[in-house]
Each structure stands twice: as structure tokens, then as C-alpha cells.
Design a protein around this ligand. Sequence first.
Ligand code: AMP
Ligand code: MG
Length: 487
Amino acid sequence: MPATSTSPSLPHGWRLEHSYAQLPSVFHVAYKPTPVSRPEMVILNRPLAESLGLDPASLDNPALFAGNALPPGAHPLAQAYAGHQFGNFTMLGDGRAILLGEQLTPDGERFDIQLKGSGQTPFSRRGDGRATLGPMLREYVISEAMDALGIPTTRSLAVVTTGEVVYRTAPLPGAVLTRVAASHIRVGTFEYAAALDEKPNLQALADYTIQRHYPQAATTAQPYAAFLDAVIERQAALIARWQLVGFIHGVMNTDNMALSGETIDYGPCAFMEAYDPATVFSSIDHGGRYAYGSQPQIAQWNLARLAESLLPLIHQDAPQALDIANESIGRFGERFQHHWLVGMRAKLGLFTEESDDPALIDSLLEWMQRSQADFTNTFRALSSASSAMHSPEPAYREWHQRWQDRLTRQTSSASEVMASMRRHNPAIIPRNHKVEEALAAAVGNGDLRLLERLLAVLANPYDHTQEHPEEFSLPSKSEAYQTFCGT
Ligand code: AMP
Ligand code: MG
């Protein structure tokens, strides 16, 4: 969306616009954050602030990130949306988040600035509108790690504590996270619009989203079908990126899938260690609906909910609309497979394409699953010279030989292959026990040293030469790791 000339630069680089507020009033409610008693800064993302055009010196102000003071030009609102949560449709909305506005960056980009945990809204239902420090720091760490890995994601600008106690299963320190996102339009936003059953609302939302994220679709003969295809393409690419690093979102409800193609809403997410498609971390995911290996199918299921919502726009003739939508959804598997295979070839240093490549990859994954090999470290080892020579395992040595033979059928040198593999296989991921250790110190006694060290290491995940990688690359000992969404 182009920057308009009516938004002069305001103090400290704030340049907020409010295009979302121009949507029909059913999509938002003007609502202010609820001030807190004693805001204190925990962490501020200075490089991100600078990229947004903000003056970091002026941001040393916890009141700004607690909702006690608003940045110049802010018009706070809560967004309405719906969503399928674990398969069940619910009307939701921002129950504990407030959008302050859209910051226009010096590069002309537009980013939502949202406070999460900033108090109740008309959508809070029975919730207190608050968030606790552990989960907000967790979102900060994992979202910044994802960004450093090069995976599209919302970012984290700051976390402050509120000075107030929040009651969950125990009394916990309250906190507010400032989230930066390409937008907060979700699959659930479209489900909400469709549920209202008034075509002008749905069309306004679709036109807005197309203009903001998929402007090319507007120039095609069937803009809404093209829009659906473009969203499917971006999600297929995103989920492939998750799979290629072992990221498990944990709560892939339709309200947690962003139309922008960014990873959003970090709750009980975690990175898989030992390779197993059935891996689940979330304590609330009893049926394993959102297991690692199910993420592509779940994404497709969510996109089918988007497609259903768009039917009235896709074609005025209902059966024809359904045919078009079904065809689009049916292509997801092939698009995901394409992105996944491109990524896997890069992870294995394969610069050419052979028809047996999928079988070669599958056989490595089968071996990893049988031997409970760490996903990240297996690829990390393959990226550092002749890793198999000393392996005592015949099955691994055999696979390794097959891979070496495959490499000889391309012209690239061994050093080229290794250098490329190190750019595609992270040496460092946010290991569950390192995240927990850092959060425990930060939440338990306000000690941020481990957190800052962890963030520094995670900022360069493809640096295979970091000084103390062992501590950050060993898998956690505990097998039954569980994450909690902490809402
Ligand atoms: P999430 O699980 O974070 O994706 O949230 C799902 C829905 O529950 C959203 O509508 C949230 O705004 C709402 N929600 C989560 N926690 C709270 C809370 N503490 N107070 C009010 N609403 C909440
Ligand atoms: Mg959510």
C-alpha cells in the first residue's frame, strides 16, 4: 500500500497511519489500552526500532510499551475476527491486544504496531486481557530466532512488565509485548466476514488485503481467485520453511494463520530435536492435531476455510465458485512439496535435480527417525566435511555413500557444496532447554544475562564457527518436553 502524503513525520520518527480503521466498522472497535501501575522495560529491540524509522533513544520509555502513554498519531483499536480452534468455529477478536496503528518505515513499508497483553477489550469474553512475562519473552525469543533464520515472521519490538500480578495456575508477573507485523489479517478475519453474511463487508476486506499484500492479484481477470492462489502459494512456502528447520507452531488455529504469509502468534511452539513426524510439544494438543508432520495438511485445511469464506467473491454461480476454490486448494500439496524439495536439496548440497532425490531424502529421514537422530545436528554434521567416515552405523554409512555418489554426479566442488550447505542448515536453533533456562532466570529473578546471550547466539544461526556452540547445539535431555500457551 503506497504511503500517502498526508502523514508528516512525527516526533522520534513515529509515522502512524490507520488504513485498517477505514474498513467497515464491523471489523474494529476503537479501544484504548488499560494503563498499568508500574511499567518497567525488560527488553527493547533497537535494530528493529531503527529499521522502523524510530529513534531508539526516545524509546527508553516503558510507559510507551505498556499502553500508559501512546505514541504520537496513535488511534488504538481492537480487531474483530473469528477462527476454527482445534476444528471448532468461534467468534473471537483481539481479547488482549490493541493495534496502535501502522508505522510507515523510511523504506516505505507498512507495519502494524500492536500491544499484546494490554488489558481487556470488548472481545475479551471471560479473559483478563493480560499476558505474563514468560510467554511474552518466549514470543520475543522465538520470533527473533525465526527472523534470523530467514523465515517470514512477525517481530518483537519490546517487552515490559506491568508491575501487576496476573493469575494463571499461579500468580505471575504481568507483561506486555509490542508486536510488529506486516498485518494482523488472519484466515479467521475472513471467516468472520463470511459469517456476517453481507457481501460488501467481505469484499471490502478482500480488496483491502489484496491491496496491502497481493496487489498483483488486482490486475488479473479473476482477482479473488488469483488472491486465493497467491495466499496458498505463500503459505505453502512458509510451512515448507518451518518443516525444513523443525519448527512446530503448536496452535495452527485459523485465527493464528496470517494472510501476509508471516508466522504469527507464538504460543506453545518449539523446535523438534529428535526427528519424529509425530512430535507434539503443546500441553493442550492432546490429539496431536498440530504435530510436526501434520502441519502441511493442517495448513491446507485452514486454507480451505479461507476458500469457503471467499466463495461469494470467486464466482456468482455457487457450483462454479466451489469448483474454482477446490482446484486451488487441491494444488496446495504440490506447491508445498515443491518448496520442501527445493529446500531439502539445498540442505543436502544438491544443485541439480534427479528423479531419485526424494527417495534419497526419505531414506535419510527414515534413518533419522529409527535412530532418534537430532534433526538440526544431523544436517549440521553433514555440512561439515566428511561426517560419515567414523560413524559406527552401517545404515548411516550406506546412506552417506549414496549421497556422496549423488554429489559426484554434479560439477560443483566439495567446498562449494559445504559452503552452500552451511548457508541452508542452521548450526543453532532455539533449543527448548536453553529457552527455558533463559526464561526462568528472567522471570524468576530478573536476571536477563542468559536471555541476552541466547538472543546474541540465535541472531547468527548459520554461523558454524561461533565460539561456544556446543552448549547451544546439544539436544535437551528431557524427552517429554511440553510447552504451555500461558494465556
Ligand atoms: P491465542 O490462543 O493467543 O491465539 O488467542 C485466542 C483468542 O483468545 C484470541 O481472541 C485472544 O484475544 C483471546 N485471549 C487469549 N488470552 C486472553 C486473555 N488473557 N484475555 C482475553 N482474551 C484472551
Ligand atoms: Mg491467536
